[in-house]
Structure formats: structure tokens, C-alpha cells
Design a binder for this molecule. Sequence first.
Ligand SMILES: Nc1ncnc2c1ncn2[C@@H]1O[C@H](COP(=O)(O)OP(=O)(O)OP(=O)(O)O)[C@@H](O)[C@H]1O
Ligand SMILES: [Mg+2]
Length: 784
Amino acid sequence: MEELDSGGPLRVFRKPDIKEELPLIILKNMVVFPRAMFRLIVKRPQSLKALDFSMKHGRITLAVVQKKETIEVPKEEDFYRTGTVIKIREAIRMPKGGIKVIAEGIVKAKITKISQDKPFFKAKIQPIVEPEPKKTEKIEILMQSVLNRFREAIALGAMVPLDVMLAIVNIRDPQPLVDLVVLNVDFKILQKQRILESQNIEEKLKIVNEALSDQIKILRMAKKIEVETGKELGKMQKEVYLREQLKSIEKELGIAEGKGEMARLEEKIKKSGMPKEVEKNAIKELRRLQRMPSFSPEVSWIRTYLDRMVELPWAKKSKTEINIKMAKKILDEDHYGLEKAKERVLEFLAVQKLVGKIKGSILCFIGPPGTGKTSIGKSIARATGRKFFRMSLGGIHDEAEIRGHRRTYVGALPGRIIQGIANAGTRNPIFMLDEIDKVGKDFRGDPTAALLEALDPEQNFQFSDHYLEVPFDLSDVMFITTGNILDTIPPALKDRMEIIEFPGYTEDEKFHIAKEYLLPKQIEAHGLKDGKNLKLTDTTLRVIIREYTREAGVRNLERSLAAICRKVAKKITEGRVKTFIIKETKLKKFLGPARFRLIETEKKDEVGVATGMAWTQAGGEIILVEATKMPGKGKLILTGHMGKVMQESAQAAFSYVKSRAKNLGLDEKTFNRIDVHVHVPSGAIPKDGPSAGIAMAVALASCFTKKTVRRKVAMTGEITLRGRILEIGGIKEKVLAAHRGQVKTVILPKDNEKDLEELPKNVRQDIKFIFASHVDEVLKVALK
Ligand SMILES: Nc1ncnc2c1ncn2[C@@H]1O[C@H](COP(=O)(O)OP(=O)(O)OP(=O)(O)O)[C@@H](O)[C@H]1O
Ligand SMILES: [Mg+2]
């Protein structure tokens, strides 16, 4: 099995942000236009500084032309106010000084204010976007006359490469016609500037016509002189012309490398195994590419597009085979425990084998970090012979990230699904989408619909990506999604998925995982020959688990083991000692002081401190609830980063304890003379929800009655004003956390009794459960 990883979020290019203030590059004798690539050589100090600045700030500048070519150091009044925002693609230092720049015109813009003139000009600008021109009859006529004059100019010997000629003659729309003619015919600077400034296509065509007429006049004169003197026009010019023509002829005949490349591309298209319709479309694009003049910006778009198309695994598949017995063996080989998850995965594979296709729902692994979700995914790939590819969905807000951008976007890319398939290199990989619970929905759009279309086996046989423009069949991909929590997954997606929970491990399970899987893996990865160089005693492993990590999964455990291996490897390469047996007493030397020793063992039972349990994204946690009283006016003070619901439940607990004052043997009047402070330490654990209600009631009751609380009794449950206890969620995670914290007795709401089934057997054996429906029952157990 091969593993591929997208390595973090993929970059999606957008139209470059055009800042309001840009540096200016002042050109001597050329006007640049949007939608065109061009080169120029920057030499003057002013422009070099502007260029330098722009290279460090987004590579964007405004190019304007000066009014008179002869001015060396242009001042504010020496250049035109309308220019083109350009994006610098390449800047190459020239051996004899100066910098050659290859740039692309992005959008026309007007200077609204010069904001700096030294050491180079900067200006506030406003982009001008022209509306798409409508083709009126008048425009048709003007276009025709431009074409006629253009032909005449050519006939008189204007130097235009053959492919440009062909392109111009075939153009149907006015704007591209203007663009191409301006780019290729030698107009005066002023004429070009007027064309750039004009907002109106009719006017532009008129100026082009004028300029062409001027050009024709000049060419006629030249021809006359040529005939009269019998001399040829510049020899150099002629050579250039001939060479261009030769290139075009070679291209037609498929001799030169240019056509060779096209032929190769065509071959690749035919070999890629695309469906017939798609292939037809690709060939059409290829023909378009062949006809296009080589400098047109579209050339690189189409080429990139075709390259991406042929790279996609249209027909490439890994040979997969499902042998349930073998699959079970592999899953067991790679993972300890996780019985339920493995069983569901095997069922899923069995159905797949029977139906012969991926059918039904998408698998979704939910659980805290480091609980083996990714790892099981890799095992499934190994068991089925598929490739494995993983990608994170975290922070995706936008349909375009899933489905791609249309090709007309500058720097457009396919969406992540198609990129992932291209990376995987086969059309039937295991495609794992991490962080499905962190897919966002906001003003930028909603990616869920696109995701659903990609994942759902009912509809993904023709997934449409905006960039590809042709459907791609995803029905052989085995998608698996993962996430930490269920609540934030968009409901539409949740409905189509089969949720498999990875609840987290008990200390015992962690011990086995560490001993049988993680440690051998790390020993091998660090080149320590198994068993000979490094041994950890069982107690050491347990101490690492208990005192150096506190997590539902085994990620930090694995990290700690890696740290030990690293240090041992270093010591071995340094010299004498060859064998390390690490006892728990030596851990401090390898991992530093224990981090979690105190938390569980609050050493002795106290007044006003109750043990509660909280559910967090990382599994469960034990929390302590402290209550204390002081002289005051009957206020309740709450601290420790409690969420709103938790604060309300503290209020409820307080009111309940007050209402029971008599039963608890308290004088009701005392409440008016004291303030009560409830605090939940460990500010870093996010805490909210009603489930700490009974722990607060116990802490408060203890604080008033001065009876100590049994610290090895942990409790969770919502409390009503009358002291009734209501059902809560997250039982499994909470109880596992309590088990990790060596708690012996757990008090749960009566209505949660049914949830006990989910717990591992050894946990059920180790802990005594008490189910309570009223706080009075809790107080009896928790208080001494
Ligand atoms: N039951 C297990 N048996 C053996 N190794 C395990 C088990 N569970 C987890 N591991 C190992 O622990 C490490 C972390 O697991 P993994 O990367 O699969 O976590 P994850 O659930 O995908 O976490 P996240 O939500 O952060 O992506 C891996 O090296 C994995 O092999
Ligand atoms: Mg993972």
C-alpha cells in the first residue's frame, strides 16, 4: 500500500487582490493592455525601486506610459493617468544591468491620486472594468473594416506572424480583435493610449481603423521607395518574418518540436482511457490550442488544462480483492481492541463484496484524536489492495474548493476532490476526508451540497468539477470521513453516513497498545534493534500512561515513547552503553517531571471539593468543583471559565441547597450574611453544559455542613430546582475519564443506566455505579 498525503491545505489561486495604492512603473515607449502577456526591460533607477517594492508586496504594479519618449526622469505631469495593473510573473536580472520582466496585464485602472513621488511613484488607483460589449450592426461593420484594412496592411508587407494573422481573421468578437491588432501592429503611442483609455468598443474600433490607415500610408510610402531604389526593407526584419513563417509551416506539418509536443499530447489523451465524450472534448480543446497564436494567454490555460486532464486516472485502477478472513487478519494485526469498529468495517466490506460495488452509506469515523481512525483507514487500504489518500476538510467554506473554479479564472484549479484523485493516481483509492466536523458554512457559500454529490454513491458516478467541465466517475472511490464530534457535522451529510464511533481507550487498552504496537513501531523507526537495546518495564509503561499523558487516544503516549527512543538512540551512537532498561524511576531523566500526577490524587478528602466529570472534544476529563463561603450579602460568585449553561446550573444547585437548608441542619438566615464562591479549576478545559449540576450541589452542601466529600466518588447529572436528577450525554467518555483517574465509585442519573452497555467490561468491573434520581441520594453517598 502506498500512502499519499496532501500535506496541508492546498493553495487555490484567486484573482490577485488589487490594493488601492500601488507603485508605478513608468514606461518610455510602450502601452500595455489587460489580457496580454508582455516583456519589458526595466533600467531606470526610479522604476527599479518600484519594481523591487512590488516584488516584495504581491508583485502587482500599475504600468503607465510617459507622454514624451525623450524624458529621462519623468515628473508627476509627464505621464498619462490611465494605465494597466500588471502582475509580474518573472523578473530576471540582466548581465549588463537592468531587469527583464515578464508580466501579465490584469485590469485597466485610473490614477486617482499620486501619493508618493520619491524614491519612486506610488498612486491611489481605481480599477476600471469594462462591460461586455454588445455586438450591434454598427460594430459588425466596423470590425469588417478593421479586418479589411488589416489585410491590406499585410499585403503591403506589415510584419505579423502567420499564426496571428490566422487568429485575427477568425475572431468573432470585437474586444479580442482590438486586443490582438493593437498588440501586433505598430501603432503610435498616442493611438495606443487612446485605445486603452476609451471605454467604448465602437470608439476603440474607430481608433484602430484610423491607426491602421496611418499604417497603410506609411507602408505604401515604404513600398514606393523600395520599388524606386530597388532596395529591400531591413534585412533583419525579413529574416524574422521568414522564420515565423517557417515555424508555422512546420507546425502544420508536425515536424518541429512545437507540433511534436502537440502530437505527444494527443497521444496521451488517447491513451488516458477517458470516456469517449470526454476525449472528444479534450481533442477539441487541443485543436483550439494548435490554432492559437503562441503568445495568447489562453495557450497556457489550455495546456495546463489538458495536462491535468491526461494526468487523471480515468481508467487506472488498483486490483482490489476482498477476502473477509484476510481483511480481519490485517485489521487485527495492525490494531489492538477496537472490536466494534473492526466488526462494522468488516460488515461493510462484506456487503461490498456481495454487491460488487460500493453501495449504501459512507463510513464516518468519529472520536477523539489519536484513537486510531486514520490508522484503521490505512489498514482497510492494505486489506483491500487500494491506495490510500488523506485530505483535510478543516476550514473549507466554499463550494469552489470542493468543485474547483471555472477555467476562465486566473490560475484556476480543479477542486480538492479531483486533485486528490489525481494525487492518488487510481480511480478507486480509499479517500479519507479528515475533519468533516469542521466544514464551515457562511457567506462564502455552502460546501455541503458539493461534498454530498462527491461522496454519495447514488450520484457520484458523474461528479462535475467546474474546472474539468466534464463529469468524472467517483463511484469506485471508497470515501471515509473522520471527525472528532458528531454535533457539528451538517445534517444533510450526517444522514448519508454510517457513523462508527471510536470512543477512546481505557488505561489497560493503552497499555497493550503501547506494549504491542506503539513501542515496537518506534523502536524500529529509530533503528534500535528490538529488545536488545531498549526495554521498558510494564510499570514504566503504566506510569507514562498515567502521569505523562492525559488523553482519550494514544497520540501523546506515542510521542513520549518516540522521545525516549530518540534519546536512547543518541546515547547509543555516542558511545559505551549498549543496553537500556528503563525503570519508572528513570523516566524523569527521559521525559522530565510528570505532568499529571496531582490531578487524580487530590490527596485527601476535603470539605467543599467534589469530583465531577466533563465531556470534551478530546474525550472526557475529571474536573473538581470547589465551593467556599465568606462574609457578604448572599451573592453567588462563579469563576473558572464556565459557559452560560453551566453558570445557570450552578444557580440552580445553589437555590436547591438554600431551599433544603432546614434538612441540612442550617440556619436560613446565614445565607444573607455570606457570599458563596464556586470555582472550577483547570481553566484550559472548556466547560459548559448542565451536567456538573449535582457535583456543584454536593460541593455547596459540603461547604455549608462542613462534612467532607469522598474524593474517589465522581458524579455527573443535571439538577432541577426541586433536586431531581436528569439524564445527560457523553456517559462513555466521562466514565472512561473517571476510570483513568482511579475513581472507584461513579454516580449517574437513573435514566442513564442504559448507557452502561457501551462500556468495556473491565471498566464495568472496576467501578461501582450508583444510579440516582434525586440529589438527596447523592449526598448520602458522596458526603462522609
Ligand atoms: N487500537 C490501536 N492499536 C494500535 N495502534 C493504534 C491503535 N489506535 C491508535 N493507534 C496508533 O496511534 C496513532 C494515532 O492514531 P491515528 O492517527 O489513527 O489517530 P486518529 O484517530 O486518526 O486521530 P485524529 O483525530 O487526530 O486524526 C497511530 O500511530 C496509530 O497507529
Ligand atoms: Mg486522523
